[in-house]
Design a binder for this molecule. Sequence first.
Ligand code: ZN
Ligand code: MN
Length: 477
Amino acid sequence: MAEYELACGLEVHTELSTKTKIFCSCTTEFGGEPNTHVCEICSGMPGTLPVVNEKVVEYAIRTGLATNCEITQYNKFDRKNYFYPDLPKAYQVSQLYLPICQNGYVEIHSSKGGMKKVRIKEIHMEEDAGKLVHDAYSDCTLVDYNRCGVPLLEIVSEPDIESADEAVEYVEKLREILQFIGASDCKMQEGSLRADVNVSVKPVGSDELGTRTEMKNINTFKGIHRAIEHESARQIDLIEDGKKVVQETRRWDDSKGYSYAMRSKEDAQDYKYFPEPDIPPISISDETISLIKLSLPELPDVKKQRYINEYGLSEKDTANICSSVYLVRIFEKTIEVTNDPKESAKWVLGELMKLLNDTSTLPENMNFRAESLGEVINLLKAGKISRDSAKKTFKAVFEEDVNPQEYIDKNNMGLMSDTGAIKTAIEEVLANNEKAVNEYKDGKDASFNFLIGQSMRALRGKAPASEVTKILKELLG
Ligand code: ZN
Ligand code: MN
């Protein structure tokens, strides 16, 4: 059997975090009663005129700069015609001829080892369509136009991706970048980041790309991975059987784990694009680009390198923290409070990750004061609470956003800081346990542990273990 290699390109759609839609002032808020976030413009009434939301252009430029693109300083909108009930105008306003960003790349780990660039062909601005609701009634389909006109960026890669793992890392990379620069919250479960996956296979070493198929709107990392693995295997089977791969759009059913043909041969010319006559071309000055460049925050790749170099974190720990901008925010705030990057990382990767997992909470839905974790760590390090109490307190922070110090006071979890009082209690324990004291002095080490246990009990666990050990050692000489 010949060996094959995969060539995969992704079109990633992301909803932008603007308050209002791309061409009108309707809200972009997710959900809401069907057809309440609509007006004459986004529902496509005749005679209305769209006005471009400046914020959309700014986010597009930010995204382009963060992905090493050239900004098309003179760019235009076009109409992409297709008839579908969720698209009231029967065309989507998008960019075909002069997209706002071109020729960029992001770096990912290559499946063959080392790093590689996935080239970005272009990024264009466009409007989202509405949503069809099929399952409310058995005999009809409902349409909700709330999502019509929500601004999207479509990020189109070249077919540089050579494995399902690379595809997932590429989308993770884009997600990090979009979150870091504030362009999108990338809530995949709400569809604000979704990928169309183009897959083809070719014999190893061949320069010519095989026939590709496309699977649209996959919105989980697992789905992307499974769809690529499954589709490339299906194509290899066809070729091995002497059959041909047909260029078509296939629908990936992630619950069933297979794809089926939807429609065949679809290319740009099928849409009969034409220039949008109601929106003037957009002209972007050098100054605007420099200003936006200056306003970009530290980007994920640079941040990761800094965590490794400055904080001495491992590549894996760094990747875990940087997987979500919300984790990064907590981590950096915790360092501000504790001045201790290593210990802060330990808590974020340990207790915080555990709580997120145990409660199936996504990092973006964390809901506690960012300073609290640092405060808990400081109390622990100062010997004011035990490690157990620190964990309990942080759990309460995570679940109910309690104030750490108040919670500790209220639950009487504070440790004794009065060394004199601790000493008095231990002296009493030694007086009552003469036998163990003598055994210890005769060289029986186990007696020391016994005396620690007795002392902790006498102190009702209210003294820091390190302090008790220290005083005990002093008293025993
Ligand atoms: Zn509207
Ligand atoms: Mn699109």
